[in-house]
Design a protein around this ligand. Sequence first.
Ligand SMILES: Cc1cc2nc3c(=O)[nH]c(=O)nc-3n(C[C@H](O)[C@H](O)[C@H](O)COP(=O)(O)O)c2cc1C
Length: 215
Amino acid sequence: MAGDPIRDRRIQYETDGLDVADVDPDPVQQWRRWHFDALESGLIEPNAMSLATVDPNGVPDARIVLVRGADDRGLTFYTNYTSAKSRQLEANPVAAATFGWLELHRQVRVRGSVVRVDDAESDAYFETRPRGSQIGAWASPQSRPIGGRADLDALVAEQTARFDDDEPVPRPPHWGGWRLVPDEWEFWQGRASRLHDRVRYRLTDGSWHRTRLAP
Ligand SMILES: Cc1cc2nc3c(=O)[nH]c(=O)nc-3n(C[C@H](O)[C@H](O)[C@H](O)COP(=O)(O)O)c2cc1C
């Protein structure tokens, strides 16, 4: 008899594993290594991370965003500055993020503080976006209720008409980047029998310290 597909679905993670000694001493370099593996493996959105913020009542909120930069300064993503997430980050500038590279049996968790990306960097990224997305950034009052798809289409038409076809679309003042500045990372590699490998990095006195955690 068929079992319950939610309760009973299980796959074994037969991977080579991960050790404190194997990982790069610099967590962002380790992230870049795993991100490269995710790209090479053809995962559809290796840049996607679930970003958790905290609302004014202390209740967590989470949604997926795409990372657009990963370096010593942190992980950068772009969004609407009047969105729910941005309002939460303004009030409480901390966040946690999770990458689920599930086909590779890998998860990366990040926690830290959040700062706004400066205007010049947001401008430079905005310029690289497709024109439709640039106009969308002007048109969409992200996270606000709207009546129907027709209302959104009307907002897009209104914004499209504002910009000359031959002129670049400037970045809206209400749109730009945030940078998650990590003070903790965790790299998780799935292993057989749920005895997974976990390596945590914590920033203490300006240096990263690595610890193995029980699965
Ligand atoms: C694969 C994927 C990628 C996304 N990337 C972004 C992104 O980079 N920036 C963004 O603002 N929203 C992105 N979204 C939409 C967000 O998940 C979310 O719906 C939106 O930002 C509004 O969230 P908020 O109301 O909590 O602010 C993405 C959604 C998915 C499923």
